[in-house]
Design a protein around this ligand. Structure first.
Ligand code: AMP
Ligand code: GLY
Length: 430
């Protein structure tokens, strides 16, 4: 118990945490957890060259629930945090919980909110949550009828997991049709106009705690040109958003969805990510994800002042109702993703990365979160994936955070890499 306080007694959580995954999101999670005084040991599996600097690294097949649970047991973890969607959809959180270890992340059944767009649509319909009208199609005839019913711009989505790259939005009927036929089972839906917002909620299946909203940049190139990616940058907060937006989304989207999943006997415990369009006719859900978003997590956690481990553990143990209100910094955060040559197509890997020490030394308010990186035996850091680094900075406002982020980006060298130059530009009023 905390001594001498006037408020309710708070139990100190001394917690050993294991983070599963190896992207910039996991580096951001590890960074926040490493700053939490209640975290007595921090492990990350498999991690990357960045997490290895702050968390003990373990090789593991993240898709193998028994292997993840074995690892958690062997290191005496009190809390496992599963970062990516694929292991959640495969039931890795269930395998950990089955050993009696607390786990932040939904069950296999609840993770279908991300794993199957058709299932998410069904839950939203039952819960009265506003989303694009959609048809699930499996034959060329159904595809043609759905494309014809909605007209351009066409929105065609692979039903299963596709790392943000299974969605085609196009005016070109032939391209829409070709993507639909290549996918097999597809969701074809109404086009939603208006700005996009990502809002995350931590939930234990009953209580819902929204975090601060962020905006992601999904297209590969400046001015939203080029193909969809996993996300090329993000910022938070959203100075252009109406006051009350978070409360509205909580009331119309997050709570009804969490309530409906509990009513079905598949309560969602973990991080529910709502991807939303603010259309001329109101808020509409574009998609749900069952985990922290990448790169939005980098900017949301940069501003969260509440220690992370206690929050995640409260969710994992069904005690979120008793958690104190979240504290946020008043400032802003911006992250810029540096992607390898040819991302999102077939990214080139193995290129040396330079300038990391320069950022650490010279940029007080910026830091580099690693995504696809690997340390070579000689200590050199090389690229090992499509999105390589997520350069994050904080500032008093978006203009300052963005200036600091881009100054740090300019210090980094990676042959053939590319990044967007317009992250948070419009939102900063520039
Ligand atoms: P998703 O994987 O469902 O998030 O889709 C990826 C991106 O495609 C979204 O962030 C949007 O930019 C775009 N998108 C998806 N669905 C729609 C829609 N119904 N209308 C307009 N754009 C969409
Ligand atoms: N930022 C998009 C995602 O995490 O899916």
């Amino acid at each position: 118990m905390r001594e001498g306080g006037a408020g309710p007694p708070i139990t100190l959580v001394r917690v050993k945490v294991l983070v599963i995954g190896g992207g910039a999101r996991e580096h951001a999670l590890c960074r926040s957890l490493s700053l939490d005084p209640d975290v007595t040991a921090l492990h990350c599996a498999p991690g990357n060259a960045g997490t290895a600097e702050i968390a003990r690294a373990h090789p593991v097949d993240v898709m193998d629930g028994a292997a993840v649970a074995d690892l958690a047991e062997s290191i005496g973890a009190d809390l496992v945090v599963v970062g990516p969607e694929a292991p959640l959809v495969a039931g890795v959180a269930d395998a950990v919980r089955a050993r009696g270890i607390d786990c932040f992340g939904p069950s296999r059944e609840a993770a279908a909110m991300e794993g199957s767009k058709a299932f998410a649509k069904e839950v939203m319909a039952a819960a009265g949550v506003p989303t694009a009208r959609a048809y699930v199609c499996t034959t060329p005839e159904e595809v043609d009828a759905a494309l014809d019913a909605f007209g351009p711009p066409y929105v065609v989505k692979d039903d299963g997991l596709a790392a943000g790259k299974g969605v085609v939005v196009t005016e070109d009927l032939a391209a829409a049709r070709a993507h639909a036929l290549a996918c097999g089972r597809v969701v074809i839906e109404e086009y939603l106009d208006g700005p996009e917002v990502s809002l995350f909620a931590v939930t234990d299946g009953e209580t819902v705690v929204p975090l601060q909203p962020a905006q992601d940049f999904k297209r590969a190139l400046d001015a939203d040109q080029g193909p969809n990616t996993g996300g090329m940058g993000a910022y938070s907060p959203l100075p252009w958003a109406e006051p009350g937006l978070v409360e509205e989304i909580e009331r119309t989207v997050l709570r009804p969805t969490v309530d409906e999943l509990r009513r079905r006997g598949t309560p969602f415990s973990g991080l529910l990510y709502a991807g939303l369009a603010l259309t001329s006719r109101g808020v509409r859900v574009i998609e749900f994800n069952a985990r922290f978003g990448d790169p939005e997590t980098q900017v949301v956690l940069a501003r969260l002042r509440t220690p992370l481990a206690g929050l995640l553990r409260a969710a994992a143990t069904g005690q979120l109702a008793g958690h104190p209100p979240l504290l946020w910094s008043d400032g802003a955060a911006v992250t810029v993703v540096i992607a390898s040559h040819n991302y999102p197509d077939t990214p080139r890997t193995g290129d040396p990365i330079t300038g990391l020490a320069d950022v650490a030394e010279k940029d007080e308010h910026a830091y580099v979160l690693h995504a696809g990186t690997r340390a070579e035996a000689d200590g050199r850091i090389v690229s090992a994936g499509g999105r390589v680094l997520s350069v994050t900075a904080t500032g008093a406002d978006l203009a300052q955070a963005r200036e600091r982020a881009y100054r740090a980006v300019d210090r980094i060298g990676l042959d053939g890499s590319h990044h967007r130059t317009d992250i948070a530009r419009a939102a900063a009023g520039l």
